[in-house]
Design a binder for this molecule. Structure first.
Ligand SMILES: [Zn+2]
Length: 152
């Protein structure tokens, strides 16, 4: 008998309503796992997940260095690149809901920055295979100054 062990499977969820519920889970979504893997590969270890001691409970945080990373689903956080419009079906409902999400994101970012945190948002679409190289470069560029002392 074969035992299949599935670890950290990366899946891409299209922003359609039926599948979106699954992506609403706070942690362990495909994009978040991809982001964490990328950080590990870049050598940025020691991050904490769902860091509740900072505003907005960042998905990934380096508390000592005050770096907060949010991995935003393009649908739920209404990514300006992927979702220029709101869903046509039940438009009022979705518009109100998604605008609340965006407002909350903006408030969390402002609070974090007030407290001296550096906030990085990684969009779901930045973690799709063809975007990975650019995203890796961006993360390196944004994170390197904060890790300068840890590098040899
Ligand atoms: Zn997007």
């Amino acid at each position: 008998m074969t035992v299949h062990v599935v670890t950290e499977t990366v899946t891409t969820v299209d922003p359609i309503t039926t599948k979106v519920m699954k992506a609403n889970k706070r942690r362990n979504t495909g994009p978040e796992l991809t982001a964490r893997k990328m950080l590990r590969e870049l050598g940025y270890r020691g991050y904490r997940l769902d860091w509740g001691k900072a505003p907005g409970r960042p998905d990934i945080a380096f508390p000592g260095r005050k770096i907060a990373i949010f991995v935003h689903g393009c649908f739920w956080h209404h990514c300006p690149e992927c979702n220029r419009d709101f869903p046509k079906k039940r438009r009022d409902y979705w518009q109100a809901k998604l605008e609340r999400n965006m407002e909350r994101d903006a408030q969390n970012e402002a609070k974090l920055e007030e407290l001296g945190w550096h906030v990085i948002v990684i969009w779901e679409h930045e973690l799709k295979p063809k975007a990975l190289d650019a995203t890796r470069e961006r993360l390196k560029r944004e994170l390197a100054p904060y890790f300068a002392s840890a590098e040899g």
